[in-house]
Ligand binder design. Sequence first.
Ligand code: PLP
Length: 429
Amino acid sequence: MDTSRSRELFSRARALMPGGVNSPVRAFGSVGGEPFFAQRAEGPFLFDVDGNRYIDYVGSWGPMVAGHNHPAVRDAVLAAARDGLSFGVPNPLEVTMAETLACIVPGCEMVRMVNSGTEATLSAIRLARGATGRARIVKFEGCYHGHGDSFLVKAGSGALTFGVPTSPGVPKALADLTLTLPYNDFDAATALFDECGADIAGLIVEPVVGNANCLPPRDGYLQHLRALCTRHGALLIFDEVMTGFRVALGGAQERYGVTADLATFGKVIGGGMPVGAYGGRRELMEQVSPSGPVYQAGTLSGNPVAMAAGLAMLGLVQAPGFHAALEAKTNALCDGLEAAARDAGVPFTTNRVGGMFGLFFSSERIDTYAQALACDTKAFNRFFHAMLERGVYLAPSAFEAAFMSSAHGEAELDATVAAARDAFRIAKG
Ligand SMILES: *Cc1c(COP(=O)(O)O)cnc(C)c1O
């Protein structure tokens, strides 16, 4: 496989951009080697600058749930762009977007559009703090909520201790306000709320964890978190940046029948444009400026081209049977991969929820972050490169979920399993 143009671009990029990229995971640091540069994308495929084609299970990290460069999205963007790229006054597409979200997302009575998932989550916790008058927030080990200061925090030593920054530049004083819990542990959450529930403004969770590989909630876990938050007057915030419009039309709130106080969105909601949103209960959202005192603003928020892309994408996922078909493809692929691994004698298992899934080099069923950490990442890295050489692009890290799109057909799924038959043998080492 010729990758000379990508290699040349990466060396130029590294000279002028930190790590050669504009977002860290793209640098392939976790799997080793060098990233490829995309020229274009179509349906289930990415094409690199050297002319290689890849079946893509990253989908721009989630937005491309209907496949790349979908004509409906592309045409909506081109049409909107013809009328102007940004107005700085309200535009009608913002109203349509708010009405669409209120219609398809449970509990989304009001919404504010922003420009990224990061912006959505940091705005949501500001609102939680502003609305409750409390300072502490709770997050889960292994969950990612963007790069806001309050989220770049891991557990200190021992239960119920202050959080520790995971990045220089995050003040300890702020990290002290973030408490962390192990995901899917019922008792740890109960104990934390018993200890300091009255100080907790909100608990934020990826309802299906997609940033520590893919970890579905244990039966009743999200209901348990809902009950704890209600009992202690804390807000439950579902970070649905990844799960939104992907695990079901109405996201995890619909799939698991649990309504959060606030939910955050990104990725699919922008159809590939930089968009995020947060929304929820009316009396909470009315606390946001200018109707309320909690300040939050954005020069390009509700941008007409971005709204056009998002609305077109949301139109596609509202097609009857969209999510059932997506889930059937995910299951077919994961079953095929598990069978290929068995034949190769490789300990391997998958988790699947709707249009997202996770690959684990382990013989156990995985549903905690600690278990995900204990998987054989070296085997994953060998598998990743063997798949890439065979034209299949998986996320370049053992701790990222994979994404199915409606554009993946039987031929692509079969080709992926065929590539995996070789790749599992290579992964064995
Ligand atoms: C990607 C992601 C974010 C951050 O979104 P950006 O648009 O990258 O800022 C936040 N939360 C979750 C669950 C995500 O997957």
